[in-house]
Write a protein that binds this ligand. Structure first.
Ligand SMILES: Nc1ncnc2c1ncn2[C@@H]1O[C@H](COP(=O)(O)OP(=O)(O)OP(=O)(O)O)[C@@H](O)[C@H]1O
Ligand SMILES: [Mg+2]
Length: 567
């Protein structure tokens, strides 16, 4: 937080200076009680009595305005600071490796950017303000009380340590409860996002009840924990109230004794009393800010946890387009406990097309996800022209790769922007050219606003096949030396598939390409077919030969041919 606050030191300094001024004015009220009582009221001095209202108004105005600007500046600094924090957090999240952002952590991460930082917002502003302004006010008032009558003031102040210890204890408890509440809120966020993403499943399997019950449980737990926070926070307020009473009683008893015995003027007595009574309301605010500080530190801890996550790390070499080959050497991989890839040895010659085929769950998508280093092999290594992928700068490695993935994601942006993703700064002509090659131009023209139609979450929806063609256009526009097509045409009808296939074949020519397809007809012409099953390569060769040598390949091919014949 301190490092984030650095740019705002001037603002904070100014605000601090203002809070100093405001506290001085607060102090002057208690200070004035004595001269007013002793020299004006008791001395019946009319001349000063006339200017007294002006002085009072003046003091309150100055105190009010300095407090106003102080609060405004502090808030400004706090809000900016929290926004900076959000920015850094998001930046960090975009750098996390894929392992850290599985489905279950998404809700947590979102909650940290939204809820936790929001929890910091008010606390931070008020906390700064309160601790500065009220802290100085308390010090000034204490100073005045001590100056007026040392022993009386000291007696009243004996309750302070009790307040401090109490506030500390309660604050720690509030913090614990707060942490649990934030956790609940993260779960709530996660569940809402999740059920919206899977709304169709929820509806058709009529799982509303199930989700509602779970939601209610989480909400109740959130409520319980927040109530506990309130209990501790208000508890420390109660403590201050009770002790104020005690302090007041002490002052009245001892002070009254002193005044009656003529050891103290009534002016001194009321001055001390006013100061002591005035101390308690800022003190109460300080104790609240103190528990708030605990709240904030709980949220901050959760935010800091994200900053401690491991980041994706690349090497220092600049990756160049493959000249010889992309080579998997003894690669094994697991996401968590079960092996998904086992002892993969595969050489993909530069400029050739390699097709991965095999039953669902064989590990095909996993294998290609190792190439852009979404994940790293658990064992073994992947070499690009003999150099381990880990040696390359991530950005330069990824700039070589075009990817049409199995589950295409379109962003909440225009069609044009979604395609231009492939090549930032691409001209309109280039984008249209790519769309034409992917057989996407025609349907794009028919969209309500053509290339300027907004897609994605809050925009226009496309069919599965249309999405695929956009993703292909994206890859065509990028014109990458390494092309990965994971079921790129699976959602297309036979006619469009044929057209897109032609375009893809043009694209694949002379390019290092890995294609994955269930419809074997689209890959029989590949330079090399790799048959995978349960994480292993079980056969490898060209179509004709595999038909002879691999029973699994023959079975896959025959089933496919049969299905094609039937449809
Ligand atoms: N992110 C992940 N975390 C954990 N396990 C995963 C993850 N992704 C895939 N798996 C597991 O890895 C195995 C291989 O999955 P993969 O997606 O690579 O198969 P595939 O060959 O592409 O299948 P399909 O043809 O159905 O696309 C599966 O058993 C799957 O459960
Ligand atoms: Mg797959």
């Amino acid at each position: 937080m301190l490092s984030l606050a650095r740019p705002y030191w001037p603002l904070l300094f100014l605000a601090t200076a203002l809070s100093f001024v405001a506290s001085l004015f607060s102090g002057s009220i208690a200070w004035l009680v004595k001269p007013v009582l002793d020299h004006i009221f008791l001395a019946k001095n009319y001349k000063y009595l006339n200017i007294l209202p002006l002085v009072v108004i003046g003091i309150f105005c100055l105190r009010g305005f300095s407090a106003f600007f102080q609060a405004y500046l502090m808030r400004l600094a706090a809000l900016r600071l929290v926004n900076d924090l959000r920015y850094r957090l998001y930046e960090k999240i975009l750098r996390l490796p894929l392992e850290e952002v599985s489905a279950e952590t998404t809700g947590k991460l979102v909650s940290r950017v939204i809820n936790d930082t929001t929890a910091l917002e008010p606390v931070l502003g008020d906390m700064f303000r309160t601790l500065m302004l009220e802290g100085l006010t308390v010090l000034t008032l204490v100073g005045i009380a001590l100056y007026r009558r040392f022993d009386l003031a000291l007696l009243a102040l004996t309750v302070f340590p009790v307040v401090a210890i109490g506030a500390r204890k309660l604050g720690a408890r509030a913090r614990k409860a707060r942490k649990l509440a934030q956790q609940d809120m993260a779960d709530v966020t996660h569940q809402v996002t999740e059920s919206l993403q899977g709304l169709k499943e929820v509806k058709v399997y009529r799982q509303q009840r199930f989700f509602l019950v779970r939601f209610e449980k989480r909400l109740n737990s959130y409520l319980r924990h927040l109530l506990r926070v309130t209990k501790y926070r208000e508890g420390s307020r109660l403590l201050v109230d009770l002790l104020t009473g005690l302090g007041g009683a002490l002052v009245f008893t001892y002070g009254g004794y002193l005044v009656i015995h003529g050891e103290m003027t009534p002016g001194d007595f009321f001055s001390v009393l006013t100061a002591i009574l005035m101390i308690f309301s800022p003190l109460r605010r300080i104790s609240r800010a103190y528990t708030g500080l605990y709240d904030a530190s709980a949220a901050l801890e959760r935010v800091e946890e994200v900053f401690s996550y491991r980041e994706e790390k690349g090497g220092s070499l600049k990756a160049l387009p493959p000249q010889k080959s992309l080579c998997f050497k003894d690669v094994s991989f697991r996401y968590d406990k079960d092996w998904v890839l086992k002892e993969i040895n595969l050489e993909i010659p530069a400029g050739k097309v390699v097709a991965l085929v095999g039953p669902s769950g064989a590990g095909k998508s996993t294998l290609v996800s190792l190439i852009p280093r979404f994940y790293d092999p658990t064992e073994g290594e992947i070499l690009l022209d003999g150099i381990n992928l880990r040696e390359f700068e991530l950005a330069s490695l990824r700039s070589l790769i075009g990817l049409v993935s199995q589950d295409i994601f379109l962003f909440n942006a225009t069609v044009y922007e979604n395609i231009a993703f492939g090549k930032p700064g691409a001209s309109r002509e280039e984008v249209i050219q790519a769309a034409k090659m992917a057989y996407a131009h025609e349907f794009i023209e028919k969209l309500p606003r053509g290339y300027d139609t907004v897609l994605g979450e809050k925009g226009f929806s496309l069919s599965g096949g249309q999405k695929q063609r956009l993703a292909i256009a994206r890859a065509i526009l990028k014109n990458p030396p390494i092309l990965i097509l994971d079921e790129a045409t699976s959602h297309l009808d036979a006619v469009s598939e044929q057209k897109v296939q032609q375009a893809l074949e043009k694209l694949m020519k002379g390019r290092t390409t890995i294609v994955i397809a269930h419809r074997l007809s689209t890959v029989t012409r590949a330079d090399l077919l790799v048959v995978m099953d349960r994480g292993r390569i079980v056969a490898l060769g060209q179509h004709e030969i595999l038909l002879q040598t691999s029973p699994l390949y023959r079975r896959l091919y025959e089933t496919f041919a049969l299905a094609a014949a039937n449809s």
